[in-house]
Design a protein around this ligand. Structure first.
Ligand code: NAD
Ligand code: WQD
Length: 341
């Protein structure tokens, strides 16, 4: 019989790509999402790519009764928990929304796992837990730093809640994946990122500028201590990231975890500047992106990239897609959304 995985937030950007990879790896998947930051059409996209039925439950992960019914209706032993609010700036304006949604969702799921004997959870964490590290690249041993936003704080608290829960309930296992900067879209261009309003993240802003929806990309700062002065990040292709989840679930199911709680950096190991990314986009697509240098964005860190050797060795996982292919996929998705030929 096939193993089944419950994917919360499975209609979202990373959840849809992960669902595709899970199905292609032979898992059954049940998707739960309250559609607060996504559309049902995204699940349709996943069904189209995979040809699989994929049960979808519209429910809020903080609703314990609704979630309990879902736990009873389907037989799964593993959960990938994406459901969360994720906009850093908004979290500063609406901290209670972020603490309520992100913490309550996780607590509800963990309590149900404990009560109903569901053993494995993969959690979406973030490189934001490292703040601006003193030494680069960051390894999993690099200390976390006090969070600079309520959003970042929820990721740290959620990691700790999982660690404490699985160490108290020895039959349970948890893996936190600390994503660096996920970008790109599925090669089919049937699923991708759906930012609401003016994009806060770099790549959706680049693709919208290339599409003529935005006039000009503002590059936030060219006076950082980096080779070209613009800030440096580790941009990870969303399909590579999705595959890391499949490996993490398999590790727990196959009993390969070294301890009840583990955490891994999920990046490429390569830092790229904002200017480099714009140049790579133009090279990959042949489309020019009008841009100008403006001042630094408040709260931004200067540079971060991952040491991925632990994830590479332990998980046997490695990012494989080239930055050009990734940026071309982001452009193909933007064109699909806007009906551009
Ligand atoms: P997303 O907003 O596209 O997906 C999250 C999904 O969760 C959405 O479909 C939303 O409707 C749903 N959701 C939110 N709260 C819910 C609730 N209470 N109950 C049910 N569904 C709920 O975001 P994403 O980029 O796919 O991110 C997925 C996860 O990865 C999040 O936990 C996010 O914090 C984390 N993460 C994202 C990034 C990134 O840059 N995208 C980086 C690091 C970590
Ligand atoms: C990347 C770089 C900007 C927009 C955020 C969250 C982090 C994680 C990933 C969830 C930065 C620059 C951007 C623009 C620009 N998410 N930029 N012009 O800030 O690294 O990380 O998403 O966990 O927690 O903070 O990503 O895509 O916003 O920015 O110059 O219009 O692009 O200054 O250097 P960031 P980003």
């Amino acid at each position: 019989m096939k193993e089944c995985v419950l994917v919360t937030g499975g209609a979202g950007y990373i959840g849809t790509h992960t669902t595709v990879e899970l199905i292609e790896a032979g898992y059954d998947v049940v998707v739960v999402d309250n559609l607060s930051n996504s559309e049902l059409a995204a699940v349709e996209g996943v069904r189209k790519i995979t040809g699989a039925e994929i049960p979808f439950e519209q429910a809020d992960c903080t609703d314990k009764e609704a979630m309990s019914r879902i736990f009873d209706r389907y037989k799964f032993n593993s959960i990938i928990h994406f459901a969360a609010s994720k906009a850093v700036g908004e979290s500063v304006q609406k901290p209670l929304l972020y603490y309520r949604n992100n913490l309550d969702s996780l607590l509800t799921i963990l309590e149900l796992m404990r009560d109903k004997g569901v053993r494995n959870i993969v959690f979406s964490s973030s490189c934001t837990v490292y703040g601006q590290p003193k030494v680069l690249p960051v390894t999993e041993q690099t200390p976390r730093q006090p969070a600079t936003s309520p959003y970042g704080n929820t990721k740290q608290i959620c990691e700790d809640i999982i660690r404490d829960t699985v160490s108290a309930h020895n039959e349970m296992y948890g893996i936190a994946l600390r994503y660096f900067n996920p970008i790109g879209a599925h090669p089919s261009a049937l699923i991708g990122e759906l930012p609401k309003g003016v994009p806060g993240n770099l790549v959706p802003f680049i693709t919208q500028t290339a599409a003529g929806i935005r006039e000009c990309l503002s590059i936030f700062g060219d006076d950082y201590d980096t080779p070209d002065g613009s800030a440096v990040r580790d941009y990870i292709d969303v399909v590579d990231l999705a595959r890391a989840h499949v490996v993490a679930v398999g590790r727990m199911i196959q009993g390969k975890s070294r301890s009840n709680y583990e955490f891994f950096n999920v990046g490429t190991g390569q830092g790229r500047s904002v200017l480099e990314l714009v140049a790579a986009f133009e090279k990959a697509t042949g489309v020019k992106v009008p841009h100008k240098i403006v001042g630094r964005r408040a709260g931004d860190i200067e540079k971060i990239w991952a040491d991925t050797s632990f994830a590479n060795q332990e998980l046997g996982w490695k990012a494989t897609r080239s930055i050009e292919d990734t940026l071309a996929s982001a452009w193909a998705w933007e064109k699909h959304l806007r009906n551009i030929k």
